[in-house]
Design a protein around this ligand. Sequence first.
Ligand code: PGA
Length: 244
Amino acid sequence: MEIKTFKDHESLSAAVAAEILATLKNKPGAVICLASGETPRRTCQLLVELARRDKTDISQFTFIGLDEWVGIPPENAGSCHYFFQHELLDPLKIPNQQVHLFDGMSEDLREECTKMDAVIGEKGGIDLIVVGIGMNGHIGFNEPGVSFDNYSHVIDLDETTITVGQKYFTTPVSLQKGITLGLKHLLNAKKAILIANGTKKAGVIRDTVEQKVNNNFPATVMQQHASGFVMIDEGAASLLNQSK
Ligand code: PGA
């Protein structure tokens, strides 16, 4: 695992967008998984700009959405589906057949997991996965205590996730479960990037890189990835040993 520090959220986002674009240029049929959330929003916006400007071939890649709130419909602006649609898929006019998002409204969530795992398997695995980090060290909805051996699964959300998650919604919502790719997907991905910005993430970034690998702090899984990158701004890096 390697740590890369950038001056601010803007330069971090530009570097991550460039990395995604480079993956697409090297392998137009790449499988790319992105997280939704405040951290990757600017990355998505810059990726749209860059892909348009460079006329990148985006007709062959497969897009995988990292996770979804169970019981939140896609038209709710707080859903992960809404984020992907509005920040990336609609602006780039990515056809539905290239896109695989969990349906958090499905009657059969287990089937949603089976379908997602099958798609990733059929496509030969994930080439690049870009994830954020929660205030409890979660990645996607891989909450504290989760197994590193999980593929897609449904999980009871941690109290921190339920509380912090309200920030995505205009009115209070009941958040109980999430559906998510597992950490085995991240470990199997050819390249994994964890992104974080701002001093509010400094503590969880310190724990990610300085704690021993343990499933009570799921983001420590990044240490096990041979091609894992923690890409952060100076705020998020401010509690790291080497930056002192
Ligand atoms: P954020 O979410 O990018 O909105 O901070 C991170 C996460 O919970 O994974």
